[in-house]
Structure formats: structure tokens, C-alpha cells
Design a protein around this ligand. Sequence first.
Ligand code: ZN
Length: 217
Amino acid sequence: MEKFIAGITRFQNEVFPKSRHLYEQLADGQAPETLYIGCSDSRVIPNELMQALPGELFICRTAGNLVPPYGEAGGVGATVEFAVEILKVRHIVICGHSDCGAMKALMTPEKVNGLKAVAAWIRHADRVAAVANALHGDLDDHDFLSRLIEENVITQIDHLITYPCVAAKLRSGNLFVHGMVFDIPKGEFRLLDRSTLRFLPLSEMLEQRARQEAISA
Ligand SMILES: [Zn+2]
């Protein structure tokens, strides 16, 4: 509790005064350009990773960055619909991360047997485990977990597209969906190339984009 009080005290006295003007500008509304969907993990901090200021990211964090399919989604679904239909975000980012506890639970489901809510929640990643087993079942545990984390981002994007509001805006070119994975110890990102369903290091993705822009120029 002391740490929590010390934190908000420091925010109020030292941090807020430097950003007072920005908070005053935001007092009557928000217009974030991006909905960020990521894991609840304490090591993966959206505003820090994206270097985003207050007002720039609309955030939904769930265990394992899971997005239940349309019709099963509860609060996650409401967050997605509000972001897309009311805030009219232009981008949705789904961010996975290394050493994800939810993904490790998929590998050893017996460890969460007694946790009914957790077991029910990670059911939304059932397909992830099946696909990863079929494609990468021969890998050792470390490499398999990496592929599982990537497959999970792909599956959650598929779930996201089951939302009519997301599907419609994707088709009309008013919304863009991105997948990425953050490597905690390296501080590096791998981004999903949705045309090949492969994850590429950020540097490679930027080079690829520069080549495409040069061709179309
Ligand atoms: Zn996680």
C-alpha cells in the first residue's frame, strides 16, 4: 500500500504538472487512433512499449491477450465494439509476448485444473494449441512456446475478424489490424506479415515495407 500511495503521490506532484496542458486538452473527450489488445502481464506495458501519450491508446488487456469470438466476448467484445464504432480507431494491435503464462498453461493444462475461471478462459486458445501441435510439435519446449505465442496472435486476430464491425471496416479500408510479439529480455518486436502468416523482426518488416514503397513509387 505504501508503494502504491508513494506512486500516485509522485505522479500528482511531479509527473502531472509536466503534462497538465495535455490532460486539460483531454478533459472533454478522447480520440485514440489505436486499440491495443495485449496480455495482463506486468512486464508488458502498452504505453511504454508504444511510447504513447495519454489519449493515444485505447487499451484492452486480458490474460494471454485472448479475444473471444463475437457473441462470446463479454467485456472484451464491448471494448472492441466501442473502440471501432464510437471511437473509430484506425488500427487494432494484438500484442503477444515471450514467457506468457497463459500460453505456458496451454502447454501444461493440468497445472490450472483447479482454476475454473482460468481453464474456461484459455479455452479461447484451444485452436492455438491444436495448430501449434500440428505445425511445430517436433520442437523443444522453448521453441514450441515461441511458436505457440505467435500462433495465438494469429488466432486472436481471426477471432477479432468475427466481429461484424471489425470485418466491415477492414473490408472498406477504414481499419487495419496488426499482430506482434514482444521479447521481454531482448526488448525486441516481431511483427506479423499477414500475407504469409510469418513473424518478422521489426527491422526486416521495415526493410520489406521500404522495398514495396519503392516498387509502387
Ligand atoms: Zn501473457
